[in-house]
Design a protein around this ligand. Structure first.
Ligand code: NAD
Ligand code: DAO
Ligand code: ZN
Length: 369
């Protein structure tokens, strides 16, 4: 079938709106009509050419929501008309990783997903007879896409696509990092580095679990107001700190953070996140994705004296299990998504969404088809 897609033909170039061809779903696959998709920093990272896994030409996008149009042979858990959120980390519930219950990093389709292909090793997308790669197994920058059944979370039908698409990445990553990865307790002192689409969800998660002190750190002072609305109790702009930011944060928390989160992708800030933690128990969780080949460093004594460095992907969430619950939280008014969606635009304007992100003017832009 013909579908409308924003195609990334080359790294560093704008996306191009094209009519591309999409084959129907094969064994274990599902054809989904994408109704809305967020544009995340990670799409920009891949488009920039800095992502070592980035393949071109590709249809990017990993933060979508839509409706099942057709299921392939063997699909049992979904049917035509179901509402779904595609998952860039699937949940097969059968692999060693899923069964361990120690990680959300299901490996069932990892090898082919990393090569931009469906599980049988081929692509469903083509343009002028040339193969186009899938992206993160989701390719939501198209009005129709094919996704493995195990990479679709079934959600309630009354949830608005143009809001809950954000649960496909940013919301779940931020809130999940607090709840699943760091396991922040009530009364905690929390430091959040980077108040963008991820950091604001970390703040919302920290407030939800009852953190006492939530310090936001950002070099862009315009992020302050929204962060306060989401529960930030103190704001620190590193550019306005005299001397060392770590010392400033240790002082402000009276000994160090119980939990810190790096939501930028900056290896120097990852070090600050560890070193501002409390001696003996402080835990720093890395969410930001650093540039290819970059490394982190600290003095090992920081770890010897009880500070812990952790990382998280998709907030440690098991997508098919956890995403429908987060959609319920939104529908019950327990979490705020509406105020984080700063721009909504048709797919024809998708390059403007990238520009707004680069200029620090948006939190989330949502694309509709
Ligand atoms: P964003 O660009 O919206 O936000 C980043 C914020 O950091 C901005 O407000 C910016 O002003 C601030 N900032 C930049 N440099 C700073 C510095 N030196 N000190 C303090 N603040 C600084 O990005 P986002 O969408 O929130 O994504 C954040 C990171 O999370 C990205 O690296 C993204 O790729 C990554 N990410 C990770 C996962 C995961 O599962 N681990 C999922 C989604 C996104
Ligand atoms: O299983 O090896 C693996 C990798 C799974 C994907 C991890 C994704 C990490 C977060 C990237 C940003 C998501 C938008
Ligand atoms: Zn699995």
């Amino acid at each position: 079938m013909d579908v409308k897609a924003a195609v990334a033909f080359e790294a560093g170039k704008n996306l191009s709106i094209e009519t591309v061809q999409l084959e129907g779903p094969k064994e274990g696959e599902v054809l989904v009509e994408i109704k809305a998709t967020g544009v995340c920093h990670t799409d920009a990272y891949t488009l920039s050419g800095k992502d070592p896994e980035g393949l071109f030409p590709a249809i990017l996008g990993h933060e979508g929501a839509g409706i099942v149009v057709e299921v392939g042979p063997g699909v049992k858990s979904l049917k035509q008309g179901d509402h779904v959120i595609p998952l860039y980390i699937p949940e097969c519930r059968q692999c060693e990783y899923c069964l361990s219950l120690k990680t959300n990093l299901c490996q069932a389709v990892r090898a082919t997903q990393g090569r931009g292909l469906m599980p049988d090793g081929s692509s469903r997308f083509s343009f002028d007879g040339r193969e186009i790669f899938h992206y993160m197994g989701t390719s939501t920058f198209a009005n129709y896409t094919v996704v493995p059944e195990i990479a679709l979370a079934k959600i309630r039908k009354d949830a608005p696509f143009d809001k809950v698409c954000y649960i496909g990445c940013g919301v779940t990553t931020g809130i999940g990092a607090v709840i699943n990865t760091a396991k922040v307790e009530p009364g905690s002192k929390v430091v959040v580095f980077g108040l963008g689409g991820i950091g604001l969800n970390v703040i919302q998660g920290a407030k939800m679990v009852g953190a006492d002190m939530i310090i936001g750190v950002d070099i862009n002072p315009s992020k302050r107001e929204l962060a306060e609305k989401f529960g930030m109790t103190h704001f620190v702009n590193p550019k306005e700190v005299d001397g060392d930011i770590v010392a400033c944060l240790v002082d402000l928390t009276n000994g160090g953070a119980d939990y810190s989160f790096e939501c930028i992708g900056n290896v120097q800030v990852m070090r600050q996140a560890l070193e501002c933690c409390h001696k003996g128990w402080g835990v720093a969780t890395i969410i930001g994705v650093a540039g290819s080949g970059e490394e982190i460093s600290t003095r090992p004594f920081q770890l010897v004296t009880g500070r812990v460095w952790k990382g998280t992907a998709f907030g440690g969430a098991r997508g098919r299990t956890d995403v429908p619950k987060i959609v319920d939280w939104y529908m019950e008014g327990k979490i705020n998504i509406d105020d984080l969606i700063t721009h909504v635009m048709p797919v024809e304007q998708i390059n403007d969404a990238f520009e707004l992100m680069h200029q620090g003017k948006s939190i989330r832009s949502v694309i509709t088809f």
